[in-house]
Design a protein around this ligand. Structure first.
Ligand code: MLY
Length: 265
């Protein structure tokens, strides 16, 4: 039995503040997710962003859809918010004079694409246009500050949303650091990225927020208060233990190697 993660307690323990809502390119009230597994839609191919492809909803998680491109394999699923500009109703591409493309890594001979397209759309359940929500406007300027807390997608495990801290700010970009994971999953992104969310997002959408990791980062600022370095590491996400709060990580730079004992799934 593990104690549930609670932002209010965590913000107090870490003496930190949540990044304000208006910093994010997210709607104040998360969009409702009316999609159903099996529905088809048009999606930009994440591996070939000039292509619009047919995708099938494979799963629903909070305000996001787990998508798989028709004709692709099951190793390249991706997740999109229902108000993402990367997805649209079937027919949109053609209406704009475009052509639906086979996904990168189309499993059949390229010459069989036109027939494959006809077959995949024949009798398909197409997601209604009303299910697609308008993407929120870009926040300007970048108002994130180092130390602010947020919820962020783990880009190595994109189904996971985790507690994170702004580690650095440069121009329009922010450095997202994952609490308790020693830098292995950290990344730079634009402040208007759709992969970062305000504190409380998951509890509003019903998505599962991961608990912070137990790997306390040893930095100049935290070294002083590290009383028992022997109990700072754990290997499994499966059995979270209560750990000491992780101090805000300041001025971290990207490009660090993965420490031993941590690996993406
Ligand atoms: N299987 C991986 C999962 C790590 C996820 C880290 N995120 C939450 C920042 C591991 O246990 O290393």
């Amino acid at each position: 039995k593990s104690e549930q993660f609670n932002w209010d307690d965590y913000l107090k323990e870490t003496e930190s503040v949540a990044a304000p809502l208006h910093c994010f390119r997210q709607s104040r009230i998360p969009p409702t997710n009316d999609f159903k597994v099996g529905m088809k839609l048009e999606a930009r191919d994440p591996r070939n962003v000039t292509s619009v492809c047919i995708a099938t909803v494979i799963g629903i998680t909070g305000a996001r859809l787990r998508l798989r491109l028709d004709g692709s394999d099951n190793k390249n699923d991706f997740w999109r918010l229902v108000d993402s500009s990367d997805i649209q109703p079937i027919g949109t591409c053609e209406k704009k004079g475009g052509m639906l493309q086979p996904p990168l890594g189309f499993q059949m001979n390229a010459s069989s694409w036109p027939m494959f397209l006809l077959r995949t759309l024949n009798g398909a359940e197409m997601a209604p246009a009303a299910f697609f929500k308008k993407e929120p406007p870009k926040p300007v300027p970048n108002c994130f500050k180092v130390g602010m807390k947020l919820e962020a997608i783990d880009r190595k495990n994109p189904y996971l949303i985790c507690p994170a801290t702004i580690g650095d700010v440069k121009g329009d970009e922010v450095f997202v650091t994952f609490d308790g994971w020693r830098g292995a999953f950290d990344y730079w992104c634009r402040c208007d990225s759709r992969d970062i969310f305000p504190v409380g997002w998951c509890s509003l959408t019903g998505d599962a927020l991961q608990p912070p990791g137990n790997n306390v980062s040893i930095t100049k600022s935290s070294a002083k208060i590290q009383s028992s370095p022997s109990k700072v590491t754990r290997r499994s996400m499966q059995s979270p233990q209560k750990s000491a709060p992780v101090p805000a990580q300041r001025g971290r730079k990207p490009g660090r190697g993965k420490p031993p004992g941590q690996s993406a799934v």
